[in-house]
Design a protein. Structure first.
Length: 56
């Protein structure tokens, strides 16, 4: 039983350290950013700056 718990904890930390749980948040932020850019609400420079801040 302890081995299973330990295995799950290690798996969780490995997945989290690779950023797999943050992927949906970044995709949502990128979708909003793309929408603002498409509507002309932000400039090319602002788009690239924000995209870089997202790590994309």
């Amino acid at each position: 039983m302890m081995c299973i718990l330990l295995f799950l904890l290690i798996g969780f930390f490995l997945l989290n350290s690779k950023g797999l749980f943050d992927k949906s948040e970044k995709n949502g932020a990128l979708a909003v950013l793309n929408e603002k850019y498409a509507k002309g609400e932000i400039t090319d420079e602002e788009y690239e700056k924000r995209k870089k801040l997202l790590g994309l």
